[in-house]
Write a protein that binds this ligand. Structure first.
Ligand code: BGC
Length: 360
């Protein structure tokens, strides 16, 4: 394997060839490693985090993100395992929205709706990579052309993955456009903090700092109303296992086949702040998520059905991974009351999310 070692003061970055796409484009992998036993591998295809190893309470590092061992598997069929999502995370109803009275039609890929950027979203393109040696970081860039997947404006996108020595992976997003457009970028890692991908994630103890969530209709499109989490299975303000109420008699849970909803995060005026945590008692691994975003989608792997191969010689069964996708609310371009996702040429889209790992 063609590999090259780049070392900075404390983070080591290993560059390797990961594979070649169907269109004959070479895909690289970068592994960032710190001094505390954490290591994360990212490929230029989709900006996908293919592996993220963190120690358990005994100090044993194991992979805690779902994904595949080969590029072919990612290209064949992936439910966005570990990928960067753009230009718009989650659904836009009927793939339609308007800016200043002009209607745009996006490619639809989820029945009649647009999901996660469309047929060829940011999860399926090859990003340019630059190692930021002194920062222990990897910068990925992608230029999405005017009208790509139906979106207006040439969008220059940059995502910087930084690994720190306190076992945190920081994800910084930046985008600029030359025409008014919409943007809502996120990261679609599926976590299983047990390190055993054959185990369901139902015993993970989760908190979400949100008093409200975004109810959806039967096509998982927001109804437009926000609902209080109080006295519903959506209340994660106090720690509770994912499994505790996931099968409760609840119309919203039925629609999502489990949790597949956006929470309206508290303290939105504070910017970058703690938003959510997940703790797996057997391994002792704790994940804390911080973000500048107004929402987070907790998706509990309800559509995983044992057909996709995992990295451990098995398959990904129902609910063996969960995602915490920091984002604006789904379908915001069509919902006047939701925070705006418009990006103007004179503005810069800047958001930040970090994933901090420790043991308890
Ligand atoms: C969505 C799910 C979707 C999944 C794709 C999540 O972000 O909310 O509805 O099925 O991504 O695997």
């Amino acid at each position: 394997m063609n590999s090259k070692q780049i070392k900075n003061t404390s983070i080591t970055i290993l560059e390797e060839v990961f594979g070649t796409t169907r269109d004959n484009v070479s895909v690289k992998s970068f592994t960032l490693k710190n001094e505390k036993g954490m290591e994360v591998s990212i490929i230029t295809y989709g900006g996908i985090i293919t592996s993220l190893k963190v120690p358990n309470k005994k100090g044993v590092s194991e992979d805690v993100v779902l994904g595949y061992n080969s590029l072919t598997d990612y290209e064949k069929s992936s439910p966005y395992f570990g990928a960067l999502i753009g230009r718009y995370g989650n659904r836009i109803a009927n793939g339609k929205f308007s800016i200043d009275g002009k209607e745009y039609s996006l490619k639809t890929n989820n029945d009649s709706n647009h999901l996660h950027g469309g047929v060829k979203g940011f999860d399926k393109v090859v990003w340019s990579a630059e190692v930021l040696k002194e920062k222990g970081a990897l910068k990925l860039s992608y230029v999405s052309k005017d009208m790509e997947e139906g979106y207006p404006g040439n969008l220059h996108t940059e995502v910087i993955y930084t690994l720190t020595n306190d076992n945190t992976l920081v994800v910084d997003y930046k985008a600029t456009t030359d025409k008014k457009t919409i943007v809502n970028l996120t990261q679609h890692s599926y976590f299983n903090l047990s390190g055993d991908f054959s185990k369901p994630i139902l015993d993970h103890i989760v908190t979400i700092n949100a008093d409200k969530f975004v109810p959806v209709d039967k096509n998982l499109i927001p109804t437009g109303k926000l609902k209080d989490v109080a006295n519903t299975p959506f209340d994660f303000r106090q720690p509770k296992t994912i499994g505790q109420e996931i099968n409760a008699e609840n119309e919203q849970l039925k629609r999502g086949l489990g949790y597949d909803h956006c929470w309206v995060l508290n303290d939105q005026n504070k910017g970058f702040r703690f938003i959510s945590s997940a703790y797996e008692p057997n391994s002792g691994r704790l994940l804390e998520v911080f973000s500048s975003e107004p929402g987070v989608q907790l998706y509990t792997g309800n559509f995983l059905d044992g057909t996709l191969p995992n990295k451990q010689d098995g398959t990904y069964a129902h609910r063996t991974g969960f995602c915490l996708e920091t984002q604006h609310y789904p379908d915001s371009p069509n919902q006047k009351e939701f925070p705006s996702t418009i990006l103007k040429p004179e503005d810069v889209y800047l958001t930040k999310t970090s994933f901090k790992f420790s043991v308890k």
